[in-house]
Design a protein around this ligand. Structure first.
Ligand SMILES: [Mg+2]
Length: 328
């Protein structure tokens, strides 16, 4: 697998897939699937939003911060540097979660990151914040699942002390890392999920059960009530990362359909669609993003073109790491 040359278009797709899913899902964040259906039928266009159609939220901002930190540290996690960069992109208007608001306050008070992460929610957050930003890790370790998992957990620990949040971030990073090197022509959803399952550590029981459900539920995708009940659509990492994966493998043939479906489930729509977008973008490449979505994306500072340039730099570092066979 390591011999597979890295595909530049796919690496950029993982970044822009996150961005486009975030922007597509954000206007209906927190809605039930039935309310989305009543009001929009389906969300197939960038609909009006608080900061404008096509704007991004915390998902994209934290992905940018993580990527910049990984570049500065040459592919390693430097917790102090990460905290500095997360703090820098923090912007209350961009839909950051309650956990992040409290973390920022603790960091500003000088509380060390490890203690701050532990203090959240009685033993650490198990939210999906560490998974939604993780696309750059998948790119750095394309096709190297164990290495992707390890780095994803290391970056998760900085904000999420709960093992479920760390394991789910690991799973999401592995999904991106695997999608990047999986040929479209011979794709098999069961093989894809089996490879992820095999790479999960024994301790990740909850996620392993969820992966079984992901395969079982494929025939019932239209029964959104059931999918949401079984897999979840909330901000808990183990109740949203498998859901994002479900949208990808159910609609693996089409980037657009996977994202439209992810949003249609309601709940934490921006993050679930961002994570589906990361995997589907890694699989199909950036050219699969519909033009009308691409054109609508916010493009100022830390906007679309900046994220493309950032993705190119991470792609270059990934090539370097592959060439030198750097640490796994
Ligand atoms: Mg968000």
């Amino acid at each position: 697998m390591m011999a597979t040359p890295l595909d530049r278009d796919r690496c950029i797709g993982a970044f822009l897939g996150t961005f486009v899913g975030d922007a597509l899902g954000m206007p209906v964040e927190g809605w039930t699937w039935s309310r989305i259906r009543r009001q929009y039928g389906e969300v197939r266009h960038m609909v009006p939003a608080r900061l404008g159609a096509g704007t991004y939220t915390d998902d994209t901002l934290l992905m940018i911060a993580l990527a910049e930190s990984l570049l500065a540290s040459e592919g390693r996690v430097d917790p102090e540097d990460l905290v500095r960069r997360f703090r820098k992109v923090y912007d209350p208007r961009r839909g950051f979660g309650a956990g992040m608001h409290r973390l920022v306050r603790l960091w500003d008070e000088g509380v060390p990151w490890e203690e701050a992460a532990r203090r959240l929610f009685d033993g650490g957050s198990y939210g999906n914040g560490a998974a939604m930003r993780v696309a750059p890790v998948g790119v750095l370790f394309a096709g190297r699942l164990a290495a992707a998992y390890k780095l994803a957990v290391a970056q998760a620990r900085v904000t999420h002390a709960h093992p479920l949040a760390q394991q789910a971030a690991g799973l999401q990073a592995m999904a991106v890392a695997l999608a990047l090197v999986t040929p479209v022509s011979t794709f098999d959803p069961e093989d894809f999920v089996a490879e992820l399952e095999a790479a999960l550590p024994a301790s990740a029981e909850t996620l392993r059960r969820a992966l079984m459900l992901v395969l079982e539920l494929r025939t019932y995708w239209e029964d959104r009530e059931r999918v949401v009940h079984k897999l979840g659509n909330g901000a808990a990492a183990h109740r949203s990362v498998p859901t994002a994966l479900f949208a990808f493998i159910t609609f693996w043939r089409s980037f657009e359909e996977a994202l439209v479906y992810a949003v249609s489930l309601g709940g934490d729509t921006d993050t679930i669609a961002a994570m589906t977008g990361a995997i589907a973008g890694a699989f199909h490449g950036v050219r699969a993003i519909p033009t009308r979505w691409w054109d609508a994306l916010e493009n100022g500072p830390r906007g679309r073109d900046d994220v493309v340039r950032l993705a190119e730099r991470v792609y270059a570092l990934a090539q370097q790491l592959q060439a030198t066979g750097a640490r796994g």
